[in-house]
Write a protein that binds this ligand. Sequence first.
Ligand SMILES: Nc1ncnc2c1ncn2[C@@H]1O[C@H](COP(=O)(O)OP(=O)(O)OP(=O)(O)O)[C@@H](O)[C@H]1O
Length: 954
Amino acid sequence: MMVGTPATPASKIRTPGGPRCTPGGPKVREEKILVTVRVRPLSPKEQASYDLIAWDCTDEHTIVSRNLSHERPTGPYTFDKVFDPICSTQKVYEDGARDVALSALNGINATIFAYGQTSSGKTFTMRGITENAAKDIYEHIKQTPKRYFVLKLSALEIYNETVVDLLNRESGSLRLLDDPEKGTIVEKLTEEVVKDSQHLRHLIGVCEAHRKVGETALNDKSSRSHQIVRLTIESSLQENSGCLRSFLASLNFVDLAGSERASQTNADGIKLKEGSHINRSLLTLTTVIRKLSGGKRNGHIPYRDSKLTRILQPSLGGNARTAIICTMSPALSHVEQSRNTLSFATSAKEVTNSAQVNMVVADKQLVKHLQKEVARLEAELQSPGPSSSSSLCLQTLLMEKDLKIQQMEREMNELKRQRDLAQSQLELERTNKEPKGLNQDRPSRQVAKCLSFLVENESVSNRPVLETRARKALGRQAIVRQSATSTDPSMLVHEIRKLEMLQRQLGEEANRALEVLQKEVASHRMGSQDAAETIAKLLSEIKDMRAVSSIPEEIKIRGKASLKEEITRLNSQGINIAYLEEKLENVQKSIDKLAMYFPTSEVTPDSKTQLRKKKILPFNLSNTANMPNIIWSPCSPLSSSRKIMEYEIENRAPGNNSHLLSGGDTFRGHKATPPKSDKDGNCISSREGTPAPRQSNSVNVKKIQKMFKTAAEENIQSIKAYVTELKERVAKLQYQKQLLVCQVLELESNDIASDETDIVDQSPMSWHLMFEDQRKQIVMLWHLCHVSIVHRTQFYLLFRGDPADQIYMEVELRRLTWLEQHLAELGNASPALLGDDPAGSVSSSIRALKQEREYLAKRVSSKLTAEEREMLYIKWDIPPEGKLRRRLQLVNKLWIDPLNMQHVEESAEIVAKLVGFCESGEHVSKEMFELNFVSPSDKKTWMGWNLISNLLHL
Ligand SMILES: Nc1ncnc2c1ncn2[C@@H]1O[C@H](COP(=O)(O)OP(=O)(O)OP(=O)(O)O)[C@@H](O)[C@H]1O
């Protein structure tokens, strides 16, 4: 008994509940694929071999196999149409393709497939279908003058999963890309605009010709390659409303590879080993059709498993109308293949498509863009996971999006902040109607913060509104004036006192340091004539210095003094500070000169000779009498050489350690030559008195020699560093004093200027502009002065344009301007004047900055999540080369572009994370910015050499 397959209804177009509209989209109609079967006549070859006809087309929908062999007959098979061998291609076109093909003229995608075994008539049929469709399309265009049509043609061939352009074979293998709007597209595929029907025929001819070339180049290729000719049809209509409505659709003519191999593999499960015999595209096509026909439309459909199914995805259960013409031979010799073809056709007819009109409305461009974006993201998400490159690509895309969102949020917040600020400023202006002068008796906390050591506990926000009253001025001068005019004279007197106290403390420290320096230098008094002279000079300078630095102690502070008197006194002290500075400069130069006698490098045979030539012998054996001084000198308790000495003592033979120099033959000669003393009682060595042991081969002597030398070098370096530090502090003091004087002078001239300043009021807008301007200047100066990036970050994040920030901005700007000038002066000075390190402060700043970056780089992995790090590496273009290298590269890119405020903002955010400003949750106080210039904590007291050696090793 034969089991029939239910016939497909003649009209399969289903519009359940009528045509429906997708939200914001055009009508969608669901319909099954139109499946027809065409049986060709017996070929001459089949006739010659007396092959029998194995099939009967019982009606125009049914085909059944004849009972010719011992096998049981199959069928009947029913389809939308069954065309017997005498049916013309015109008829096949009309009944099996025309309706679908012409849908493309109305914006519906359409695809006509030819499926069947080799030599079954696929190409024969498709050629006729294409020609007829082309003819009808141009006929339609002719009859629709209201619409404006644009036709484009492209054609490709897929062979062994390689896509080739049939309009330009030379372009080689083409790649498939995912386009948000069009789905899968073929990269660089030629698309020719079709001028007219003749041109269309010509182009189809070109494709055919190119396919023929392929056929001769590769044996039997045509049966294993798929060809797709795609006609894109766009038609526009100007509506009365002024809207330009366009239909856009593509019509595919697909001539598939011979199905015999795919069916063999599918039906018999034979796993063909030879790769060239497996046609992945065809296999995937049958799998896709099978899955779609089984109602698994919502399950995973492996479109992406082959190029053919990727390209034709919309035509297989998607947004397209599809017709499949299955071709078959009637011969008994091909009955098995024909059966497989009919089986495929049976599956295909169960597949439902959801075609919709692809309409473009000009004034809905934005919606379309969004739809495209959604489609693209969906396509990305649907792409299979195993490909790490595609998931990476998706991740990158998401990260980029996140970054964009973050950036937009930041911009929005900034705009909001500016708006709020402007509003509050306006509010302030409006309410600020109080009579002028109301506030003049009250000291300005801003200025107090600027100058005082004390930290004001009162928050800035509590400040009475009028205290923050700003004077209208576009320049910085106006701000300075404003600060000065609101300064209480008694505050300034207070500040002057504190300044003096600082100066006194500095003097005391300098004295203590110089005492040690004097001892140290005295211990080195032996050696060459040059060295002796330098030391003598140094000693006299130290003496002078001590005299100068003790002056401030003599200052008597009276209980009450007028501001003018205070200023006069302060100005007179300026001479002392300047003198102190000058003297320190001289001391440093002398130390530098002295340091030249102690080459820091290891003593090589060459350098030994040079030393001998120059007779630089401050620490040779003639100095042994001075050894105890050096060893037990306060300058060297922590030096590495002392440790060596202790080791030496510990390892000395018993009985020889009663005194460092009393035992052992090594020192006997020396004992016989006691050192000479100068008139002050200090030990002096003479070259005449230098005994032979200088050439001694004793290991101990050499070690001790080396040790003394190291100790001396360390001490000299320590002294040098401390003097440099003293100089810096004196310079700071000098600057602070100048600022104070400046404030006082402006206070004095306040009465004269008050009329003028009252005329102008500072508007919120002008402050905002000034703030931006100052901030840019500060950022540039930070960069030029190599200021710590942590400091930059803190300052940048704290001062965001609040009117209360004015004074902080002003002070930071002044401080940096001074620093820049100072560094520039150092840089311009002659190296001869400045010693070995002409721009010591600059290089040390750079060094410190480098160390800071290294420190921050170490925190990257602990303070940022892996995701954050990855995002930053992508954003900041850090190549993937080594984890440590990447972290350092990232940190090295922070705060390097002072002209780019976006860069500055982002750098600040990253550094804040690395340092943990954000995570502590505590608000950083603005006062931490040492607007007081020298806070007690900032003051370095003399801690002995320990501190200095620490500083040196930092
Ligand atoms: N309906 C038909 N009427 C007359 N001749 C036909 C018909 N169908 C096919 N032929 C002839 O059969 C031969 C094979 O046809 P065709 O090349 O179209 O097969 P094919 O399926 O495309 O083969 P391949 O897969 O190898 O490319 C051709 O010579 C063609 O002219």
